[in-house]
Design a protein around this ligand. Structure first.
Ligand code: M6R
Length: 602
């Protein structure tokens, strides 16, 4: 996803921009650019691909006098990844960088074109710089022109603008996309994430939505809809690792909280008003495909299982899921009408990679769902859809699972639309639910507090059953895996209906049952299964929007308008439960014993 860096001051500017952008590289990008205004005038460099290409192009350039500078790494949403579409975008003598999506850009662009403005790129961003230059004609000063410009923008943006008409200022605005301002003496920095300015700025202000202003003369003037605002900076640690935790105790905790925002990145440019769009997929890609096979390991395997219910139910396409290490040695029968999907957070998991190679050898089309661009699995696949979760540091996967599952749900809808198995109205309802996902993933303070308090009762016993039905069965598997990985307590996930076929033999007062009881899916059925366990004296922790009288502990969930929203909300509860139990047991949550983040051996 896109990254932004900005700087006002006397230090060498190219280095500050490129160093900062390098820290944001992990988010993925396909082109990069910088623009600098100093006493010698305007300078700009852009390059497709990695930052080394930009460095190569600008290797003769440096700017050590006072000046203003903005830089950007672009992840293509509107228009192809080429130099013309790379930021910064130039007007006559101003440059802009932007993260987010300007939803009304086509209307604005058409108006500007009628007035004679020439557009060089296919991006939504370019309207900002032309609009600004148009507004300078009738505005009192350049900042007023910037203010009028942002008042016309609809959608999400974090943007920086510099102009040769006022070469000592950076104009900034934030709405929906992250942006912060760093300070160190007279030097002022901007960035879309603090990692870009750690070691340079000593204090930081994280902008709120609706804030805008300018940096000039070593000072920032800030406004919101109520006028000029005072603001307080926070110290910025110079230690990358602790600063990156943003005040959370563990990366895993931070990553659980981040889920509500990263899903917007997963959906950006893909979930449109009435349809799902994947620029990565060719229109004919699904021709001749009658069946889907998914291979993955661990948590990624669980997201695959969730999607297999959805592919068959919604897209009416046969879908089989296999653990990659099993698939490799079973001499599988593969037919060419099968689309082979791999799912992997790291893109380097040896078993998944080898399974993919086998499928390719058998002539199957392949599609990877992955969080790491240019990883081995991405490079090996015909097509890859990136989950855009950002780097996941906790060994126990959380936001990778959320984004994989979300992306698979989107892919199911995309397939259903192409196969004509979903009505326009149902698709609209699904898209409405997708847009509510971020809300379902938000961690409320009361919820986290409650789980923290409950967790002290779950530190003993001989084990945990996580039970659920349908898509809540893979969630039960995932909930149990999370707990196992970081608490070292024994936990298993089961389809709730399987209890009486064996597992119930373990039920006694020393067994804990975590029951996933959604309102929208087989509530009465799972209720009966939980009653059977309760009758054997196990401690029941029920997670549900519906009160359940036999529960020893009850966590009430909010979402019930769509089953996937229930799914995501319950997923957060299981993640927090594992986290809190593990912390109470004094374990290293981020680096659990015996586990590695990327399993590159068989
Ligand atoms: O990188 P991958 O998604 O391919 O990794 C697969 C598993 O190793 C991984 O999901 C593992 O199960 C995690 N530790 C789960 O928290």
């Amino acid at each position: 996803m896109c990254g932004i860096v900005g700087y006002v001051g006397k230090k060498e500017k190219k280095e500050i921009l490129v160093d900062g952008l390098r820290e944001l590289e992990y988010r993925g990008y396909d082109s990069a650019g910088i623009a600098i205004i100093d006493s010698r005038g305007l300078h700009s460099y852009k390059a497709v691909g990695k930052l080394v290409n930009l460095e190569e192009k600008s290797k003769e350039f440096s700017s050590k006098e006072f000046g203003v500078a903005i830089g950007h790494t672009r992840w293509a949403t509107h228009g192809k990844p080429n130099e013309l579409n790379a930021h910064p975008h130039l007007g006559k003598n101003s440059f802009v960088v932007h993260n987010g999506i300007i939803e009304n850009y086509t209307i604005l662009k058409d108006e500007l074109k009628l007035e004679g403005f020439e557009f060089l790129s296919q991006t939504d961003t370019e309207v900002i710089v032309h609009l600004f230059e148009k507004n300078t004609i009738n505005s009192l000063n350049k900042f007023e022109a910037f203010k009028s410009t942002i008042s016309l923008l609809e959608g999400a943006y974090a943007t920086l603008l510099i102009t040769n008409d006022e070469p000592d200022s950076i104009f900034f605005a934030k709405n929906g996309s992250p942006m912060l301002i760093g300070f160190n003496g007279d030097d002022i920095y901007f960035a879309s994430s603090d990692t870009a300015i750690i070691g340079k700025a000593t204090s930081v202000y994280y902008l709120e939505d609706g804030e805008y202003g300018y940096a000039k003369d070593g000072k920032v003037t800030l406004f919101n809809s109520d006028g000029e605002q005072e603001f307080r900076t926070k110290p910025l640690s110079s230690n990358k690792l602790s600063a990156q935790k943003d005040g959370y105790r563990f990366f895993m905790e931070k990553e659980i909280y981040e889920q509500a925002s990263v899903v917007s990145d997963t959906m950006m440019g893909r979930v449109l008003d009435e349809t799902i769009k994947f620029e990565e997929i060719d229109d004919n890609f699904f021709n001749d495909i009658n069946c889907i096979k998914i291979c993955a390991c661990g948590t990624s395997y669980h997201s695959a299982l969730v999607s297999s219910y959805l592919f068959e139910r919604v897209a009416k396409i046969r879908c089989e899921v296999e653990i990659a290490s099993e698939f490799r040695y079973k001499e599988p029968l593969l037919t060419k009408d099968t689309l082979f999907i791999t799912i992997s957070q790291s893109g380097e998991t040896a078993d998944t990679l080898e399974a993919l190679k086998m499928a390719k050898k058998a002539g199957l089309k392949s599609l990877a769902i992955c969080n790491v661009d240019n990883s081995s699995i991405v490079r090996e696949s015909d097509i890859s859809l990136l989950t855009r979760a950002g780097v996941e540091k906790g060994v126990a996967s959380t936001k990778a699972f959320a984004t994989q599952t979300l992306l698979l749900w989107m892919l199911v809808l995309y397939t259903a639309e192409r196969k004509d198995t979903i009505s326009k109205d149902s698709l609209k309802d699904e898209i409405e639910a997708l847009r509510k996902c971020s809300n379902a993933l938000k961690v409320d303070n009361w919820l986290h507090d409650k789980i923290h308090r409950l967790s002290k009762r779950y530190l003993h016993g001989h084990g945990f059953f996580f039970i659920g039905r349908d898509i809540f069965f893979p969630l039960a598997l995932e909930g149990a895996l999370k707990l196992k990985e970081i608490s070292y307590l024994h936990a298993e996930g089961y389809p709730a209906g399987e209890m009486k076929h064996g597992p119930i033999a373990l039920a006694d007062s020393e067994l804990f049952t975590v029951a996933l009881m959604p309102k929208n899916l087989l509530f009465d059925k799972i209720k009966s299964n939980v009653e059977e366990l309760s009758a054997r004296d196990t401690t029941i922790l029920a997670i549900s929007p519906e009160e359940f009288e036999l529960a020893d502990d009850y966590i009430k969930t909010r979402c019930s308008s769509h089953v996937m929203l229930e799914f995501f909300e319950m997923m957060v509860v299981t993640q927090l439960l594992a986290l809190e139990i593990s912390i109470r047991l004094g374990n290293d949550v981020d680096m659990p014993r015996n586990l590695a983040k990327s399993v590159t051996v068989e």
